[in-house]
Design a protein around this ligand. Structure first.
Ligand code: DGJ
Length: 726
C-alpha cells in the first residue's frame, strides 16, 4: 500500500493494464485523480502538461466539469449533494490497482479497482463505496468505469439490441455525434433480451475486422482501433457516451461511462456497509474487431464459463417438438430417435410438473414442482432411466424464480412474490418470486435439487426466467430503501446460482431467460452455456451468432436445429454447427431424407466440435454489414495448435455469382500446408470431397466462394499435412 499523503513528488503516476488496454492515472497536487491515458498509451504516457490539464478520472458532482454527467452522484447523510474525492492510498501489485479516495469533508471512501487479466488482455474495473457518515447515504448514480477518450468526426459505435423476444443481438452501427448517447436496458430480470450489455466503439472511424482488412481496398477508410466493452451484470445496464466538440480541433472529447443502470434505483447505503458496482470488462484493439473477440473469448473461457475445456455434448431438446403436449411414451419415442441419430443428452423442457394446476400451458402450474403424474405416471425417474439406458445423459428444465398465479405455490405463499402494496402485474401470466426472502431463497435451491434428485443421473439443468420486474418492491426492505431491490435482487439471484452450482458440481447448467435474456459475463460464471435466442430461424440465427460471436465463444452459444423458417434441413444444421450443436426437432416425424441429414450433421458435429468450441475464431464474410450483408456469411475456427481448422460458409439469399467473396484462410500455421475436405451434410462420409487435392492449401490462400444456391452452406475441414521446417 502506498500512501500518497506521505509522498512528496509533485505528480504521482499509477498504471494498470495489459497489452494495448489499460489506464494511467496521476494524482494532482490537490489529491484529485486524473487520467493521463486510457488505451495503448497507458504503459508509456508521461505527464508532460501541468496535472490540472488532464481530465479527472472519476469526477463527481461539485468537483468535475459542471457541464458533463459524472460517474458518481451521492446524497450524503446530511443532505449535501456534492462530493469531492481525494486520493489517500494506492494499492498496486502486478496486474492490479486499487486507488482509494476519501471525500475531503465527509467520511466517504470510494475505491477505483482495476485488474489487468494477463491471460486474455482484458481489463476489469469496478468501484466500491463505503462510509461512516452519521446516517445512510443515497447513491443516486454510480458507474464502474469512466474513460476520457478522443473521437474522430467519423467515430462509430456498434450496439447489440433488438426489439425483444426472439430478436436478440441485432447489429446497429452508427456515427458518434456530439451529444450523449445512452445504451441502457430495463426490465431487471431479462434486460439483455432488449439490449445486450456489450458495445464496440471505433474512436478513429469505421473499424475493420482484422489488420489484413486494413490493407484491403474498400469503399471506405477503415481503422484498426476498437474498444470492446462488456458490463458483467445480470440486471439493468447502461453505457453513456458523451461526445463534446473541442474548440479549434477536428477530434472530439468522448466520455465513456458504463455500469448498472441507475434508473429508478437510487441505493440507500448504511454506514459500515460496502456497495460494489458490477465489473466492466474492456479491451482495446489496434488491429480490428477480431482481436477484441479473441480477447473476450479468452476472458470468457478463463473467468466466466464453467468447465471451459470440456467439449460440450450434443443436446436433443423436446421443446419445439412437443411444447407442453407430451407423455412418457412420447418422450420415450423422442429419446430413442435422439439416441439413433447420435445425440448425447436428452433435455426435457417445460411442462413436466403440476398437480392441481397441471402445466399444460404457460398460464398455470409454475411453482408446483411435483411431477405431473398424468403425463409421467412413473415420474421423472422413468424418463431419466430411459434416457440413460439409451446411452444419453439426461437434462431437465426449471424456472425456479417464478410462479403462476394459478398455482398451489401462489395460493399457499402469496407473500413470496416481488411486489409493493398494489396488486402485482402479471407477465406471461406469471409473477416473480422475491429471492431476498430467505424462504424463497431456500425454495429456489430446493427446486433445482429436487428436480435433479427426481431423475436419478440428471447431469444438465436449463435454468429459465420468463418475465421481467414490474412491481419493484420487497417486503424484506424498509420503506426508505425499496429502490435497493433493483440492485439487491441481482446479487440475491446470483447467490442462488452460485449455491446451485456449488451443490451440483457435476451438473452442467444452461442459462436461459426467454432466450438470450441473461447473456452477460457476470451471470455466466455459474453456467456452462446460454440459450442464445428462441429465434432459431437459421437465416436470422446467422446474423445473431455473428453479433454474439464478438463477445462469446461458440462453446457457450447453444444453437439448435429446429423447423423455424422451414429452411432446408442441411442449411439449418450447418447454422447450428456454428455453436454448441443441438437438435430441437420432432425426430419421430421427420422425413427419411431430413433424418439422414440430421444424422450426418451429428457425425460432422462430433468431428469438428472441438475445433469450433475451443478454437480461435476468424470472421470472414459479414452477414450484417458490408457488401454481403443479408446475403452471405462465413467464419473459420483454428485449433490452438493450428493443426486443424473449420470453415463455415452460408449463402443466405440469391446473389450475383461474380460478386461472391473469396474465403480467405486465416490464422493457419504459415509453415504448413493443409488438406482441405468439404463435409457435405446431404451424404455420408463417402461424399466428403478432397477440395485441395495433392497441393493442399496454405495460410492466406483465398478459396473461391463455394456456394451458388440460396439457403445452402458449406462445411470445410482443414488438417495440417506437414510442416516444411519441422
Ligand atoms: C423460454 C425458453 O427460451 C424456451 O427455450 C423454452 O424453454 C420456454 N421458455 C419454455 O417455457
Amino acid at each position: 500500500m502506498r500512501s500518497f499523503r506521505a509522498m512528496t513528488e509533485p505528480l504521482r503516476i499509477v498504471r494498470c493494464g495489459v497489452g494495448t488496454a489499460g489506464v494511467a492515472w496521476l494524482v494532482d497536487d490537490d489529491g484529485r485523480l486524473r487520467q493521463l491515458a486510457a488505451g495503448p498509451a497507458w504503459a508509456t504516457a508521461t505527464a508532460d502538461l501541468p496535472a490540472m490539464l488532464y481530465p479527472q478520472a472519476y469526477p463527481t458532482i461539485g468537483d468535475g466539469d459542471p457541464f458533463r454527467a459524472t460517474p458518481l452522484v451521492v446524497t450524503h447523510a446530511n443532505g449535501m449533494l456534492t462530493t469531492r474525492l481525494r486520493v489517500v492510498n494506492v494499492d498496486e501489485a502486478d496486474g492490479h490497482l486499487d486507488v482509494v479516495c476519501r471525500d475531503e469533508l465527509l467520511v466517504l471512501t470510494v475505491t477505483n479497482h482495476v485488474r489487468a487479466h494477463h491471460d486474455c488482455d482484458v481489463v476489469e474495473q469496478w468501484v466500491t463505496i463505503e462510509h461512516d457518515e452519521p446516517g445512510p447515504i443515497t447513491i443516486a448514480d454510480v458507474d464502474a468505469l469512466c474513460l476520457q477518450l478522443m473521437a474522430a468526426p467519423d467515430a462509430e459505435v456498434c450496439q447489440f439490441g433488438g426489439s425483444g423476444w426472439a430478436d436478440e443481438w441485432a447489429w446497429t452501427t452508427e456515427r458518434l455525434t456530439p451529444g450523449t448517447k445512452l445504451f441502457d436496458s430495463y426490465g431487471g430480470v431479462q434486460p439483455h433480451l432488449q439490449r445486450s450489455p456489450v458495445l464496440l466503439i471505433s474512436p478513429d472511424g469505421r473499424s475493420a475486422e482484422t489488420d489484413v482488412d486494413l490493407g484491403v481496398e474498400l469503399d471506405v477508410e477503415v481503422a484498426g482501433t476498437v474498444l470492446g466493452l462488456s458490463i458483467a451484470w445480470g440486471g439493468n445496464t447502461r453505457f453513456a457516451l458523451d461526445v463534446r466538440p473541442l474548440a479549434g480541433q477536428e477530434s472530439r472529447s468522448l466520455r465513456v461511462r458504463a455500469g448498472a443502470n441507475s434508473f429508478a434505483a437510487p441505493y440507500v447505503l448504511d454506514p459500515g456497509a460496502v456497495f460494489r458496482t458490477p465489473s466492466v470488462l474492456w479491451t482495446w484493439s489496434t488491429e480490428g474487431r477480431g482481436a477484441v473477440s479473441d480477447r473476450f473469448h479468452r476472458y470468457t473461457r478463463a473467468h466466466a464459463l464453467r468447465d471451459p475445456g470440456r467439449t460440450r455434448a450434443i443436446v436433443s431438446n423436446n421443446w419445439e417438438a412437443t411444447f407442453f403436449d407430451f407423455d412418457e411414451d412420447r418422450l420415450r419415442g423422442l429419446i430413442e430417435r435422439a439416441a439413433a441419430v447420435g445425440a448425447e443428452l436428452f433435455l426435457l423442457d417445460d411442462g413436466w410438473f403440476g398437480d392441481r394446476y397441471p402445466r399444460d400451458h404457460d398460464g398455470q402450474g409454475l411453482g408446483d414442482w411435483m411431477v405431473d403424474e398424468r403425463k409421467l405416471p412413473n415420474g421423472l425417474a422413468a424418463v431419466s432411466a430411459a434416457t440413460i439406458d439409451a446411452g444419453l445423459r439426461f437434462g431437465i428444465w426449471v424456472e425456479p424464480e417464478m410462479v403462476n398465479e394459478r398455482s398451489e405455490l401462489y395460493e399457499t405463499h402469496p407473500e413470496w412474490v416481488l411486489r409493493d402494496a398494489r396488486t402485482p402485474l402479471e407477465h406471461r401470466q406469471q409473477l416473480l418470486l422475491d429471492p431476498l426472502q430467505p424462504d424463497v431463497a431456500a425454495f429456489i435451491d430446493g427446486v433445482v435439487a429436487d428436480a435433479i434428485a427426481a431423475g436419478p443421473g440428471t447431469s444438465y439443468v436449463k435454468w429459465d426466467a420468463n418475465r421481467p420486474i414490474t412491481d419493484s418492491g420487497s417486503s424484506t426492505l424498509p420503506a426508505d430503501r425499496q429502490a435497493n431491490v433493483w440492485t439487491d435482487l441481482v446479487w440475491a439471484t446470483w447467490a442462488r446460482m452460485a449455491a446451485v452450482a456449488e451443490a451440483h458440481p457435476d451438473v452442467d447448467l444452461m442459462l436461459c431467460a426467454s432466450g438470450g435474456g441473461r447473456v452477460d459475463h457476470g451471470s455466466l460464471r455459474w453456467f456452462h452455456e446460454f440459450w442464445t435466442s428462441d429465434n432459431t430461424d437459421p437465416v436470422t440465427r446467422v446474423a445473431m451468432q455473428w453479433a454474439c460471436s464478438h463477445f462469446f465463444p461458440a462453446s457457450a452459444m447453444a444453437a439448435h436445429v429446429t423447423r423455424w423458417g422451414e429452411r432446408p434441413m442441411a442449411f439449418a444444421c450447418a447454422v447450428a454447427l456454428w455453436g454448441r450443436f443441438g437438435i430441437d426437432l420432432d425426430l419421430t416425424a421427420l422425413s427419411d431424407d431430413d433424418l439422414a441429414v440430421v444424422e450426418r450433421a451429428v457425425v460432422v458435429a462430433k468431428r469438428i466440435r472441438d475445433v469450433v468450441q475451443h478454437g480461435r475464431l476468424h470472421r470472414l464474410v459479414s452477414p450484417v454489414d458490408g457488401p454481403h450483408a443479408g446475403r452471405r456469411a462465413a467464419v473459420s475456427y483454428v485449433s490452438a495448435d493450428r493443426s486443424r481448422a473449420v470453415v463455415l460458409a452460408y449463402e443466405l439469399e440469391a446473389g450475383e455469382r461474380e460478386a461472391a467473396p473469396d474465403l480467405l484462410l486465416r490464422g493457419l500455421d504459415p509453415e504448413a500446408t493443409y488438406d482441405l475436405v468439404a463435409l457435405p451434410l446431404t451424404g455420408d462420409a463417402a461424399s466428403d470431397v478432397d477440395v485441395a487435392g495433392a497441393t493442399g492449401v496454405r495460410d492466406g490462400d483465398a478459396l473461391p466462394w463455394p456456394l451458388t444456391e440460396p439457403l445452402t452452406a458449406s462445411v470445410l475441414e482443414l488438417t495440417r499435412r506437414y510442416r516444411s521446417h519441422s
